[in-house]
Design a binder for this molecule. Structure first.
Ligand code: GDP
Length: 371
């Protein structure tokens, strides 16, 4: 009996110990690391206390710099243009399903383009060209008509997407556009891209009129490992850009990315202020090689009118179209390209650091209309 008891206890101990090992063993299984969320935008900065200090430089973080996030897979137009596509695709599927091309086919096409925010004038011009093509090429079925429309749009949208630099000067890229369109965010994203490409970048916080802009830019500069020059709140934006160019030249940096104000608190004319900033940035050793007009795609035709004023004043070389992920009316891209006659160089497809991509007309049209 006693022996039986001892045997039972021994069995129980062995079973318990074995269970414990299994549990312990399970705990030792490698735990997958938590998914790191794609960085979105820098944390909201605290309201700055307007320090009365001269423009200050913070050197590019080299050793001990915050790690730059690895390149995420580049977002594709197709994945981010769901909203815009859904507006157009219903109409165009209906056009494609027709047996022939008649007056109502053309009406349906016209309606589709206007609803997508291509604008009345540009739509009329596109349809005129398309009619000529249909005649010339003997197109007689609706499917081929939509394909011809796609080709027409690609031809209109293509342009020089290169961002130029000067070999023998300190290149300056100026970013202009109204408040809230995404200038600061674009500089942050682009700064990151350029640093990854091996360039030494200086960011100039030239929007001295918006309280949080310099802090926001500084957060991006930290993330990218770029230098930043900032001035007093309400101070002279020209002085900030001037200092940034001097700083870049002194340290052998390749590129200055200069933010500018989109609205002024004073009565000074914004366009005059921008011209001044540009003149200052042009002083040797600086050379302005790009003036990028940033436009918010969600503002549609209103944005276009503002854009025309900027384009005339600042000698714009190209457009950055932001928030394309948030618009249901991708046709605004065609309107901007045609009305401003400026190439669309970059587009914003989201708030993340990797959500700025080089504009690709073919990919864009495929994403907007479908195969
Ligand atoms: P700024 O006043 O022109 O400098 O504009 P900001 O850079 O401060 O941007 C205004 C807002 O737009 C911010 O919330 C940005 O995160 C957001 N934003 C900028 N670009 C994009 C984009 O491509 N897509 C989306 N969804 N949001 C964007």
């Amino acid at each position: 009996m006693v022996i039986l008891l001892i045997v039972l206890i021994a069995v129980a101990v062995i079973v318990l110990a074995a269970t414990g090992f299994v549990v312990a063993g399970r705990r030792r299984l490698p735990v997958p690391p938590p998914a790191t969320p794609l960085p979105t935008r820098p944390p909201a900065p605290p309201a700055p206390a307007a320090p009365a200090a001269p423009p200050a430089a913070r050197p590019a973080a080299a050793a001990g710099a915050p790690a730059v996030t690895e390149l995420e897979a580049q977002p594709r137009f197709r994945d981010r243009l769901d909203r815009a596509r859904s507006t157009l695709s219903g109409y165009l599927t209906s056009v494609r399903s027709r047996d022939s091309i008649d007056a109502s086919t053309w009406e349906e096409l016209e309606e589709a383009l206007i609803l997508a925010d291509v604008g009345v004038t540009v739509t009329a011009a596109i349809l005129d060209d398309l009619r000529a093509r249909v005649e010339r090429d003997g197109i007689d079925d609706a499917d081929a008509l939509v394909d011809a429309l796609k080709e027409e749009l690609v031809t209109r949208l293509q342009g020089d997407t290169d961002l130029h630099t000067a070999p023998d000067a300190t290149s300056v890229w100026l970013f202009v556009g109204v408040n809230g369109v995404g200038k600061t965010t674009t500089i942050g994203k682009l700064g990151m891209r350029e640093v990854r490409a091996g360039r030494r970048v200086v960011m100039a916080a030239g929007d001295t009129f918006r309280a949080a802009a310099a802090d926001q830019l500084e957060a991006w500069a930290d993330r990218a490992g770029a230098s930043i020059i900032r001035g007093n709140e309400g101070g002279d934006p020209g002085a900030v850009v001037f200092d940034a160019v001097q700083h870049a030249a002194a340290r052998g940096s390749d590129l200055v990315l200069a933010d500018t104000a989109g609205r002024l608190h004073t009565k000074t004319n914004l366009m005059e202020e921008l011209k001044k900033v540009r003149r200052v940035a042009e002083r040797p050793p600086g050379q302005v090689t790009e003036v990028l007009l940033v436009i918010d795609a969600t503002t549609g035709q209103n944005g276009l009118i503002q854009a025309q004023q900027f384009a005339a004043a600042a000698g714009v070389t190209g457009v950055v179209l932001t928030k394309l992920d948030g618009t249901a009316k991708g046709g605004i891209v065609v309107a901007i390209r045609t009305e401003l006659d400026l190439p669309i160089k970059l587009v914003g497809l989201g708030e993340g650091a990797d959500d700025l991509v080089v504009f690709d007309a073919v990919e864009f049209v495929e994403a907007l209309i479908g195969p």
